[in-house]
Design a protein around this ligand. Structure first.
Ligand code: HEM
Length: 493
């Protein structure tokens, strides 16, 4: 099976960066900024999974970078209360306000409690199924069919982002912004979700004083971020309505639940109720739209490089679900998605190699020593955890760690997916902050992937260069340029 390699992965093996007087290791980081995830992975590989990065003098950029499962367990689970996201994270992600991604301690507990209670609502998954079905039927299929009939290539990542954006808004806001149609309309908030990712990533790696000045002058990346901020606000505020979802029969009402939580709490929020609801929804939008579309984009790219995996998924859809031939458009239910074991395994394998949230930032509140005893951190240390690198360590996943092998996830007998510890497979985070949307994510990914694979042959353009973007979400830098052809009776037309 072919190894995953991007053009830049074939460069010489790098050793750890030099620690220069005054500027520290910053010059080499900047030199490699265009391939930061792979650069960090190379360094971590050579240094046994953990590395101490020295920033410039007075730059407040000293960091410990790790991808070691033992450290992940220590930080995310055993010593959870010593490793909040911290004030630094909050400053970087100020755009998310009081939302769950930014929150620590009591504010985080309030969000977590309310989110989990919403997700355990008896109608949650029924409502999800209706929303996804409707969007697949009225948005995704017509758009893909259009490009298929035109015979033109298009950016699959863009289409998947639009799909996730519309369905997440429909699900949580009860409003479909209609970004997914054949003319691919410009919906500023949808575009802003992509535009904000690079500036947010840059805030992790340039000294704070630099981005603060840029923000004040409204230039460069910071200008982009301010524009995205405005686009979010213009889109979300008019749609915040506590009564919004009550027209739908017994559906999940996000705003009413968070309004109650806000009103019953003694916490000091940074703004009023409307502000809080805006921050809550923006967090869900980031979570829902970006992680799903990014995972599916990498999935279709990996499938195109590994056609035998596509054949196995296709066979599974037809045999396990006993799909009758001659069927016209066919959609897949939540119930059916649970039966697609091999597809589930292929998605896990995608997330191992391309976790949409590629890194995490933590700020210790008390001095601490990592397991193994040789790394000490304190209140001034930033801890960066690279989930991207964890999936690419031979020491964790074996010599074939760069190969796309869904079979590594299948238990003997072929009927069940193997459970891997979240410290070894942290794509959904680990410990008390484990992603609450994991089940929801797999359901949606499987419904969408199965529908597309059952109806279309996806062909990635040979000339198209695919590489990860240097952003907080692991997107494909140049999108995913594909051409489609229609499958008839499970066979390519
Ligand atoms: C493949 C899809 C997904 C992946 C890989 C994923 C991964 C993650 C990760 C790594 C985190 C931790 C982020 C952080 O703490 O900074 C997280 C948190 C979260 N995710 Fe997901 N997620 C996915 C889909 C979803 C979906 C569809 C939802 C539902 C809207 C969702 C809701 C959340 C929420 C609310 C949190 C915050 C949890 C907390 O801090 O306690 N996720 N997710």
């Amino acid at each position: 099976m072919g190894k995953i390699s991007f053009v830049f992965l074939n460069q010489k093996t790098r050793s750890a960066p030099t620690n220069w007087p005054i500027v520290g290791m910053l010059p080499e980081l900047i030199q490699n900024i265009h391939r930061s995830h792979d650069y960090v992975t190379e360094i971590l590989k050579e240094s046994g999974g953990t590395f101490e990065f020295k920033g410039p003098l007075f730059g407040n950029m000293d960091m410990v970078i790790t991808c070691d499962p033992a450290n992940i367990q220590h930080i995310f689970s055993k010593k959870f209360s010593n490793y909040p996201k911290g004030p630094e994270f909050r400053k970087i992600f100020e755009i998310l306000g009081d939302g769950i991604f930014n929150a620590d301690f009591e504010l985080w507990e309030l969000h977590r409690r309310t989110t989990l209670s919403l997700m355990s609502h008896e109608n949650f998954y029924g409502s999800l199924e209706r929303t996804v079905w409707q969007k697949v039927e009225t948005g995704l299929i017509p758009v893909l069919d259009y490009f298929c009939k035109q015979g033109t290539d298009f950016d699959m990542q863009d289409v998947l982002q639009r799909f996730s954006f519309d369905s997440t808004c429909q699900f949580f806001l009860n409003y479909d912004p209609g970004s997914l149609s054949p003319d691919l309309p410009n919906v500023p908030c949808e575009k802003a979700l992509s535009d904000a990712l690079e500036p947010l990533f840059h805030r992790h790696i340039v000294p704070k004083s630099v981005w603060k000045v840029q923000k004040w002058l409204e230039i460069g990346n910071e200008k982009k971020l301010l524009e995205a901020w405005k686009a979010f606000d213009d889109f979300i505020y008019p749609h915040i309505s506590v009564e919004g979802n009550q027209g739908k029969d017994n559906d999940v009402n996000v705003f009413a639940s968070f309004k109650n939580a806000y009103e019953e709490s003694d916490l000091k929020f940074s703004g009023d109720l409307t502000h809080f609801l805006r921050d809550t929804f923006l967090g869900l939008l980031f979570a829902g739209r970006d992680s799903l579309s990014s995972s599916l984009t990498w999935f279709f790219w990996l499938i195109s490089k590994n056609p035998w995996v596509e054949i196995k998924i296709q066979e599974e859809i037809e045999t396990v679900l006993q799909i009758k031939r001659n069927e016209n458009w066919r959609f897949f239910s939540v119930e059916e998605s649970h039966k697609l074991v091999y597809l589930h395994a292929a998605l896990c394998e995608t997330l191992r190699l391309f976790p949409p949230i590629a890194l995490e930032l933590k700020a210790p509140t008390e001095p601490d020593i990592f397991p193994g005893g040789n790394i000490c951190v304190d209140q001034n240390t930033k801890v960066i955890i690279s989930f991207y690198s964890t999936g690419r360590m031979e020491s964790v996943w074996g010599e074939d760690c760069l190969e796309f092998k869904p079979d590594r996830w299948i238990l003997p007998g072929g009927q069940r997916v193997k459970h891997e510890s979240s410290f070894k497979f942290p794509a959904f985070n680990a410990g008390p902050r484990t992603c609450p949307g994991k089940k929801m994510a797999f359901i949606q990914m499987k419904m969408v992937a199965a529908t597309i694979m059952h109806h279309f042959q996806v062909q990635v353009l040979e000339s198209h260069l695919v590489a990860p973007r240097d952003a907080v979400m692991l997107k494909a830098k140049n999108g995913l340029k594909v051409k489609l052809s229609r499958k008839v009776h499970g066979i390519e037309a």
